[in-house]
Design a protein around this ligand. Sequence first.
Ligand SMILES: *Cc1c(COP(=O)(O)O)cnc(C)c1O
Length: 385
Amino acid sequence: MALAEPSSSGRFGEFGGRYVPETLVPACHELERAFRSAWGDPTFRNELDGLLADYAGRPSPLTECHRLSEELGVRVLLKREDLNHTGSHKINNVLGQALLAKRMGKTRLVAETGAGQHGVASATAAALMGMECMVFMGEVDIERQALNVFRMKLLGAEVVPAVSGSRTLKDAVNEAMRDWVATVETTHYCLGSVMGPHPYPWMVREFHTVIGTEARAQCEKLLDGGVPDIVTACVGGGSNAIGIFSGFADTDAELVGVEPAGGAAVGRGVPGVVHGMKSYLMQDEFGQVQEAHSISAGLDYPGVGPEHSFLSSIGRARYEAVTDEQVIDAFQLLSRTEGIIPALEPAHALAWISRDREQLAGKTVLLNMSGRGDKDVGQMMDILG
Ligand SMILES: *Cc1c(COP(=O)(O)O)cnc(C)c1O
């Protein structure tokens, strides 16, 4: 099966949907109509393809890891999203949404951010297109991520502290949605992953299918028309994973998402409603949303995109969890064997390959290298000394 469009109510099986206040329903409808029309319009597609090529640097290469493969006994191929402008896959989504916002006549973007990576990407796209940008960020995260806050300001964005609740990512999402309700005439909400109310999980997936489409063609060339045995990616909200899965959903390749052990929404969560969608969610025994904990701030989200919950429920994809210690080892392993310092997020996927290498012996595994590690070297220096 190829990844399907969600139902008219925005569902993937029982997951997804649109659980938002009345006041947001018209904005979601307007966005869905605008996206559907843009996505079917060759002029929009050509303009976006042009930006992805000439601004973001696509196509990203496929790299065969000879020394790593020899060490693990598993043939590892990397899809190099770390080589995109701004250093991760996130640019695919923000260029798509900013271009769409412009087409809708909006002049302002609001965004939420946790570690600051999506805020930086949104501010980048806004600068490129001459739009205003306001980024909501938990007060706690603002203190922890001073460098990204400064980057956003350099790019001309305003960073607004979210002061409610635990003052982290989930509170920033709520405040961004609140701003959007009040300013929808002029403003587009640029959501950072395949989550939230319909049409976001579908729209953000479509903006990332370029990863899977390129990787499929690159694998066919390298593997003489074949496909890898396994396609794997880290899962926070799940956008880089769904992007690469989309290129292989109709093949025999096994799809494996890797979550942090402290934020394993699919692996350990239960179905619930948060941020406008129904999906697996980390909850305590009283049904309260639990804080996620991970060495990688980019994966610190207690929920997961609804399509991953669906793919898990039908058995098309499976989800593994790795510990912070395993991630730290994988971070060093790739640096030492291939000269590629990975972001801590995709180091989760490599940590799974490394941990389970005996079961994976002799297989070919395609890993989505969702981002580069420059942002994480300071943190690793503190840990490794
Ligand atoms: C933000 C980020 C992620 C997590 O987001 P997904 O939506 O799960 O892809 C993963 N890797 C990198 C490098 C990121 O910046």
